[in-house]
Design a protein around this ligand. Structure first.
Ligand SMILES: Nc1ncnc2c1ncn2[C@@H]1O[C@H](COP(=O)(O)OP(=O)(O)OP(=O)(O)O)[C@@H](O)[C@H]1O
Length: 319
């Protein structure tokens, strides 16, 4: 049964430009969804609307049994049970890790506050750092403290708005893996917004792809990879090579095999060393430029190469 229901939400900031258009999405309790879309596609606006921090023009957001009210309908906008964490979520610089995490609990009784704080420090593996100040921590640890603060009020949903984009790739990957485990343990419902497909996949198999304020596809990542419904969804995963014999068909570089004779003839224009293969830019006799993967690293610029692929791997895209 759906826990978060977003029903036909629309929002515009200026006339004739809808940032969100008739947007609907449902998430069950304990599910983690990754929402991916390019800059300006309406991701942050959506999260702010879900959190009750931005007025929607129409539509409803329901969490459990509760209708999320617009800020204009509420004296204090937002809800304790819906926590939004974003990139420049500021920690209090002169407060310790423990004080930062427990800050939202100041009105609760001392015993509960201490028990909850200790639970969170343990969960987030921050016990040894509880007396440190934010500036003594790495960027990843600081973001964990921010997540700890968001979790302190025992929210029923956490909305993450690119909270890791200031971290380097290694820190980011490690933090995502760690948080994923924590969310699983807490059976937390999470909506993670990013523009990076790798980050999205690290966090969850369930992708929601948005473009210009509308969902263009959602579901398991593998299904979208195999059967993307649009060029944008397809290209999130890899480059696409146009198949010469059918103007609606494309083949991914990883599905093309390379031979020294027999197949579709092409000439290597460039070879780029990448971690798992050399990426070749090749030119077909019809002038098309393809990207293919030379996994054995044998072809050089200027070489002839012959290409073959399984037609079942071709992706059909009509638009
Ligand atoms: N308060 C606002 N006033 C006017 N326009 C706004 C406001 N907030 C967002 N917008 C506009 O709405 C559109 C969507 O913005 P939003 O921040 O939701 O996108 P996003 O997908 O989160 O982008 P990014 O990945 O760059 O953060 C943008 O064109 C933005 O300029």
């Amino acid at each position: 049964m759906s826990f978060l229901k977003i029903q036909r939400v629309s929002k515009s900031f200026s006339a004739n430009v809808n940032v969100l258009e008739d947007f609907s999405l449902q998430i069950s309790k304990g599910e983690v969804f990754s929402l991916i879309g390019e800059s300006g596609s309406g991701k942050s606006t959506l999260l702010r609307i879900i959190a009750g921090k931005e007025n929607r023009d129409s539509g409803e957001v329901i969490l459990g049994e509760v209708r999320v009210q617009n800020p204009k309908e509420k004296l204090v906008p937002g809800y304790d049970e819906i926590q939004l964490v974003y990139q420049d979520y500021k920690l209090f610089p002169n407060s310790t890790v423990a004080e930062n995490i427990a800050r939202p609990l100041l009105e609760y009784d001392k015993d509960y506050r201490e028990t909850r704080l200790n639970q969170l420090l343990k969960l987030l593996n921050l016990e040894s750092m509880k007396d440190k100040l934010p500036r003594e921590l790495s960027g990843g640890q600081q973001q964990k403290v921010a997540i700890g603060r968001a979790l302190s009020l025992e929210p029923s949903i956490v909305l993450l708005d690119e909270p890791f984009s200031s971290l380097d790739t290694i820190q980011r990957r490690e933090l995502i893996v760690e948080l994923k485990e924590i969310f699983r343990e807490l059976e937390m419902t999470v909506l993670f917004v990013t523009h990076d497909l790798d980050d999205a996949l690290q966090m969850s198999d369930h992708l929601v792809i948005i473009q210009k304020g509308k969902i263009i596809q959602q579901g398991e990542a593998e299904g979208i990879f195999m059967k993307p419904k649009s060029m944008y969804a397809a290209k999130l995963f890899s480059h696409l090579n146009p198949v010469p014999s059918n103007k609606y068909h494309y083949i991914r570089p990883s599905d093309v095999e390379l031979y020294k004779s027999k197949g579709l003839r092409a000439k290597v224009q460039e070879s780029q060393y990448l971690i798992h293969y050399n990426q070749l830019t090749v030119k077909l006799s019809n002038g098309d430029i393809w990207k293919v993967e030379d996994k054995r690293r044998v072809f050089k610029s200027g070489d002839r190469v012959y290409l073959k692929w399984n037609p079942e791997k071709e992706i059909e895209l009509k638009k």
